[in-house]
Design a protein around this ligand. Structure first.
Ligand SMILES: Nc1ncnc2c1ncn2[C@@H]1O[C@H](COP(=O)(O)OP(=O)(O)OP(=O)(O)O)[C@@H](O)[C@H]1O
Ligand SMILES: [Mg+2]
Length: 312
């Protein structure tokens, strides 16, 4: 990070719908930050379906940890020290273990297998805030994958960041959505709608304008709309019209270009298998270079303070 950037940043990955690409994209962003030499913590607050262990390919932790030291147990006050996994050491992917010399560290804090959702109360908010504050002292970037929708995880995150423990830390919110009508409407609703991020945050003491300034959208698995690549002129015209009307819909729903952190293209590898896209995958011509470029760009924009300048 540059001299003007904050010492450490807390990033929340949210989405209205499930299956948006929130976890896969967030893990790939974490990996790109790690390659850049940053110390990164990846915190799996998707209590309904913790998947980060599978994405980082940690054997036995694909659906979370079993021994009662995952994040559910921690937030319920059942363990004081949630499990930490050193991804570069414990992954089953050999190419991931051969991380380059200037790589930082990548630490996964997994959920518990079968932990499920649970209620949010003052104690879980306090424990959540304490955990995140401690991680911010240790790591340059802390990425928290939250369950989809208006979940308990989201409420804990909003209340924890409004608390005195975290109030002065830099926190950023990413809203992941696919690039279709329904996803645009859903993501706009999550940000601006009833019981959405801004409304709930304000109720817990956040300043609405500050929270909005700390929020960006990520459009995932965006289909090619370049009409020059489509053989049929009727189809090319239709695609161009849809691309324009989607852009207008996003703007009308308050998640237009100005709110965008970036987008990812459709990656065939990810249509078949949820995983990190390594440079080795591109080198072996299994994955597209444009996908790595998209993740690298998202990682760069996330930590670049000019992305978040509001001019206010
Ligand atoms: N750029 C992409 N191209 C193609 N497929 C993608 C892309 N990004 C993600 N996917 C695929 O989309 C599916 C959903 O992704 P992911 O599990 O990350 O979503 P999620 O929002 O975290 O879902 P959940 O709400 O279930 O946690 C996965 O099969 C993933 O591999
Ligand atoms: Mg997920």
């Amino acid at each position: 990070m540059s001299a003007n950037d904050p010492a450490s940043i807390l990033v929340f990955a949210t989405s209205d719908k499930g299956g948006t690409g929130r976890s896969v994209t967030s893990c790939n962003i974490a990996y790109r930050l790690w390659l850049r030499g940053l110390d990164v913590a990846y915190v799996d607050f998707d209590f309904g379906s913790p998947t980060a262990g599978a994405l980082f390919e940690i054997g036995g932790v694909e659906r979370g940890v079993t021994e009662g030291h995952g994040l559910h147990s921690y937030l319920l006050g059942q363990t004081r020290e949630p499990t930490r996994i050193n991804v570069g050491r414990d992954t089953d992917r050999p190419q991931l273990r051969r991380n380059p010399p200037r790589a930082g560290s990548l630490t996964l804090l997994p959920g518990d297998i079968g932990g499920g959702e649970f209620g949010c109360n003052d104690a879980s908010v306090r424990l959540g805030a304490l955990l995140l504050a401690n991680l911010l002292n240790e790591f340059a970037v802390v990425i928290v994958d939250l369950s989809a929708g208006r979940s308990v995880a989201l409420e804990i995150a909003l209340r924890a960041t409004a608390s005195t423990v975290l109030r002065n830390h830099t926190h950023r919110w990413l809203v992941f959505h696919r690039w279709t009508r329904q996803h645009v409407l859903a993501a706009g609703g999550l940000v601006h709608g009833a019981h959405g991020l801004l409304e709930t945050a304000t109720a817990w003491g956040h300043a609405k304008a500050d929270l909005l300034a700390s929020m960006r959208c990520v459009r995932t698995a965006v289909a090619e709309s370049d009409s020059t690549r489509v053989a049929d002129p009727a189809q090319a015209t239709w695609l161009k019209e849809q691309a324009n009307s989607l852009r207008e819909l996003a703007t009308a729903n308050g998640i237009g270009a100005a709110m965008m952190l970036g987008q990812t293209p459709i990656e065939p590898m990810l249509q078949w298998r949820e995983q990190l896209i390594l440079d080795a995958d591109v080198g072996a011509r299994l994955a597209n270079p444009a996908t790595v470029a998209a993740y690298t760009n998202l990682a760069r924009r996330l930590t670049d303070s000019t992305t978040w300048d509001t001019g206010r």
